[in-house]
Structure formats: structure tokens, C-alpha cells
Design a protein around this ligand. Structure first.
Ligand code: CA
Ligand code: CA
Ligand code: CA
Length: 361
């Protein structure tokens, strides 16, 4: 397995974050209600919040498809996140998370908190039918770490749909051929839902593929710490919005991007700007990966291409090439291992190296 996507919800502006999430997670097909970023995190920064007021009767939901790094039509993976709800009894009809397929938007699988066989247990549904297996008890106003290994298929073999709660397995779906509401097993859309009369929170979201170079198996309880530039790196070809190439990092170190207010810019293909970062400040155990997240736009309609760059042990490791648009986009890559050693990252790797961006035209 390998980490493909993360969101710690830390660097969105507080208040309504619908448009910022749309930009970070990519295209959505359905957006209703208010998604908020309040200072109620699990460990770091902010969390994602849907209030009882706006989470009315399941109409509050956000669907994401073509998410950064996640292949279209992926049939299996692991979705991890921290979750909290104010009233588990309000949640039975409203999934915590739904895996859907366009264009019909059919529900392949949903993860819910239900009452079968006992109250406040996690359950996996297909359509409105519970599949065989449920477990784990969710208490009100308590953060939980959830990992859901899913396989969307008509016939579900053993050990292909597993849910872990705070690191312990609570569901391993029994073999089932229940095909009620089965679509075609193709997942295109991850949906996050609010609930009627319950406040819901999410934090530390990640998506793992089932193949890859690192992070094999369930990760278990973990958190995402967002860190910001604290100094200029080895290469600074860009010019700051203050008109010079000194302390470029100051233009791009805000918690919430201020877009056209402070920025670094270039019009020369091949220019690179990299920045130093501080070490993680939390209770750091194993570091599972580094997500590089930049935000940029172009100012003319001419061709502009953009990549994230990790400068590790003196070598620039260039990530995938992306088109720039005239409106701001996020650009997202995950380094599951240190590209210099092919081994796990350690805390000192943050301050030893620099990370940034490259313009190509
Ligand atoms: Ca957070
Ligand atoms: Ca400057
Ligand atoms: Ca800025």
C-alpha cells in the first residue's frame, strides 16, 4: 500500500471551506450545506465540521471524484480518518462516508453508525441493506480513528472489507453475495455527509492504495501535521511580491493562502524556488510520508506548467507535471519514502532538506 492523498484540514481559512475543499480535493458533483473548518482538531490545527444546523436530513454532503493522485475507477483501497459525532442515534440513516459510482451516483458501499445488532455500532451498507458484519461502539463527542479497507464488488470475499477502530479490527465482513443496490464495483466518488441533528467532525483524512512501495498494511491511529516554510532553501529563482529574492519564504508561509496578496513569481521556464521547513512539533513516532502541497496560478493564457520539488541531500526530485490555470489550484504529491535513501523519513530530514516548486513552459 502507499499513501496517495491526505488532508489534515489545517490550512483552510476558518469558516466556510466549501470552495477551498473543492480546490484541494478536486471536482465535486454535488455540494450542499456548509463545510466548516473550526479549531476543534484531533491533534493539530483545524478539523472539518458539519454542524447539526447545516447537516439537515442527509442533504448536506460533498462528493469528490478525480481526486489528486487517486486513480479513477479504483475498486479497492483503505480510507483512514478521525471522526467525532455529537449524537450517534442521529446517524443511522446518514452514512459517515459513501463510496459511489458515476454517472448514476449509485451507492456501492457506505459506512454508517447504526443500531443493528446494537446501538452505535459501525456498519457497512450496500444501498439501504446492511451487509453481514458490524462492530465497535461509538460514543458521543469522542474522537475515533477509523480505517476502512474496502472492495466494491458484487460478491464480497472474506477479509476484503475490514474496519478498524482505534487500531483494532471491529468488522470483517462475512462472505456475501448480497447484490441489492450493487452498481458495478467501480468507485469514482468519495462522499462525506452531514447528519440530521448531529454535529460531525473529521480530521486526518488519508487514502491508501493496496499496492505500492511503502506503508504496507493498515497504518493505525496517526495524525497529519501541517508545517509551513521557515526559511529560504538552496535555490530561489523566483521573485517575491516585495520585489526581491530575499526571504521568499515569507510570501508563502501563511496558514491560509492569501493568493494575490503575498506571493513569489517567475516567468522563466525551469525556475525553481525551494524553502526550508521546521521539524514536526508533535509527538512524532514513525513518519509515514510527506505530502507536498503548493498553490499557484498563471497570469496569462500562455502555457504554464508546474511541479512540486523535493530537494533531498542536494538532489532535486521533481514530481509530476501539472497545467497551471488562471485561477488558483492546489498541487499535490505524496513522498512515501525519502527519495535519496528509499527508506522512511525521519524528523531530521525535514530541517536538512528543502521543498518547493518549479515552473516550466
Ligand atoms: Ca487537523
Ligand atoms: Ca523578499
Ligand atoms: Ca502568500
Amino acid at each position: 500500500m502507499t499513501i496517495l492523498f491526505t488532508d489534515g484540514f489545517d490550512s483552510y481559512a476558518t469558516g466556510t471551506v466549501n470552495e477551498q475543499m473543492r480546490s484541494r480535493w478536486n471536482q465535486n458533483i454535488n455540494i450542499s450545506g456548509l463545510f466548516l473548518s473550526p479549531l476543534t482538531p484531533h491533534n493539530h490545527g483545524n478539523s472539518l465540521y458539519i454542524s447539526a444546523v447545516t447537516g439537515d436530513a442527509g442533504s448536506t454532503r460533498m462528493n469528490f471524484r478525480h481526486m489528486p493522485n487517486i486513480p479513477d475507477d479504483v475498486v479497492s483501497g483503505i480510507i483512514g480518518f478521525h471522526f467525532r459525532t455529537s449524537d450517534t442515534t442521529q446517524d443511522v440513516t446518514e452514512p459517515i462516508m459513501a463510496l459511489r459510482h458515476l454517472p448514476t451516483e449509485g451507492y456501492e458501499l457506505t459506512l454508517r453508525i447504526g443500531a443493528n445488532p446494537s446501538n452505535s455500532q459501525l456498519e457497512i451498507y450496500r444501498g439501504n441493506t446492511i451487509l453481514l458484519g458490524s462492530g465497535g461502539v461509538i460514543a458521543n463527542d469522542t474522537w475515533y480513528h477509523v480505517e476502512w479497507r474496502y472492495l466494491t464488488s458484487g460478491s464480497i470475499p472474506a477479509s476484503t472489507n475490514i474496519v478498524r477502530l482505534d487500531g483494532s479490527e471491529v468488522i470483517d465482513l462475512a462472505v456475501t453475495t448480497n447484490t441489492s443496490a450493487f452498481q458495478d464495483g467501480i468507485l469514482t466518488t468519495i462522499e462525506i455527509q452531514g447528519a440530521d441533528l448531529a454535529d460531525r467532525y473529521w480530521d486526518n483524512f488519508y487514502f491508501l492504495s493496496l499496492t505500492g512501495i511503502a506503508n504496507t498494511g493498515f497504518i493505525g491511529p496517526c495524525f497529519i501535521e501541517t508545517i509551513y516554510p521557515t526559511g529560504d532553501g538552496a535555490t530561489k529563482n523566483f521573485t517575491g511580491s516585495d520585489g526581491d529574492q530575499t526571504n521568499n519564504y515569507i510570501q508563502v508561509d501563511e496558514q491560509f493562502p492569501d493568493d494575490d496578496t503575498t506571493y513569489n513569481q517567475s516567468s522563466t521556464s525551469g525556475d525553481i524556488d525551494v524553502y526550508k521547513f521546521g521539524n514536526p512539533t508533535g509527538n512524532v513516532g514513525s513518519i509515514r510520508g510527506i505530502s507536498l502541497i503548493s498553490r499557484a496560478r498563471k497570469t496569462s493564457t500562455s502555457l504554464g506548467l508546474w511541479r512540486n520539488v523535493a530537494r533531498v541531500s542536494g538532489t532535486n526530485y521533481e514530481q509530476g507535471l501539472n497545467p497551471l490555470h488562471t485561477t488558483y489550484d492546489y498541487f499535490f504529491d505524496v513522498l512515501n519514502v525519502n527519495p535519496d535513501t528509499s527508506g522512511a523519513w525521519t524528523t531530521t530530514h525535514f530541517s536538512e532538506n528543502s521543498f518547493g516548486v518549479k515552473l516550466e513552459k
